[in-house]
Ligand binder design. Structure first.
Ligand code: GSH
Length: 224
């Protein structure tokens, strides 16, 4: 069977969200680079895969997908096995609903609060050569603190976000949080002991160790 294809680079956060799922289930995959400098992501071939001209895109035979969180769920459904963790909980209505809730929380609360810090401190200086906008960072950190208050309360009752089981909701946090930990604001998490312990549990997963090493090397981040 031909391996599935992921279009984009492993250093890209949204691509890494897909790759971490492929690593979790041990699926074979081919990573196809898309040359941003040559604007390949805005060319007709890539637009046929992702009409928004973004990465990732994903191909499994005649199935072509975009949107990293949707691709992640496809992968976890396709490669569901007794050996891998059940990361969607599709067989249990209540658990699956909580997985959906916290996947939405990641996309609509956590990501908008945390990602500007990563863009301002790491991505824009590296890719656009512009200095950090500290006002934007401070505003984001304030929003993030409020989100982390909710996470701390949740994670003081459960080991993972959707319950006492790891799920795609947790995995979805990996790429941006990984880069956040390389910003000067990583110590914010120290004020949230249950969140910090949750993050520590996640990054010890082989999938995240592997992806983290790849992302760090690609982005020139020194890991502790
Ligand atoms: N919601 C999308 C976001 C994808 C996205 O923002 N990709 C970025 C790279 S991480 C991109 O392709 N940016 C180029 C552009 O928007 O032109 C997803 O989760 O897949």
């Amino acid at each position: 069977m031909a391996p599935v294809k992921v279009f984009g680079s492993a250093r890209s956060t949204n691509v890494a969200r897909v790759l971490v799922c492929l690593e979790e289930v041990g699926a074979e995959y081919e990573l196809v680079n898309i040359d941003f400098r040559a604007k390949e992501h805005k060319g007709p071939e890539h637009l046929a895969r992702n009409p928004f001209g973004q990465i990732p895109a994903f191909q499994d035979g005649d199935v072509v997908l975009f949107e990293s969180r949707a691709i992640a769920k496809y992968i976890l459904r396709k490669y569901k096995s007794a050996e891998a963790d059940d990361l969607l909980r599709d067989g249990d209505l209540k658990e699956a609903a909580m997985v959906d809730v916290w996947t939405e929380v990641e996309a609509h609360q956590y990501h908008p609060a945390l990602s500007p810090v990563v863009y301002e401190c790491l991505i824009y200086p590296a890719t656009r050569g512009v200095p950090t906008n500290h006002k934007a960072v401070d505003e984001s950190l304030e929003k993030l603190g409020k989100v982390l208050d909710v996470y701390e309360a949740r994670l003081s009752k459960h080991a993972y976000l959707a319950g006492d089981f790891v799920s795609v909701a947790d995995l979805s946090h990996f790429p941006f949080t990984f880069y956040f930990m390389a910003t000067p604001h990583a110590s914010l998490f120290d004020s949230y002991p249950h969140v910090r312990a949750w993050w520590q549990r996640l990054v010890e997963r082989p999938s995240m160790k592997k992806l983290g090493a790849t992302m760090a090397a690609a982005a020139g981040i020194k890991q502790a």
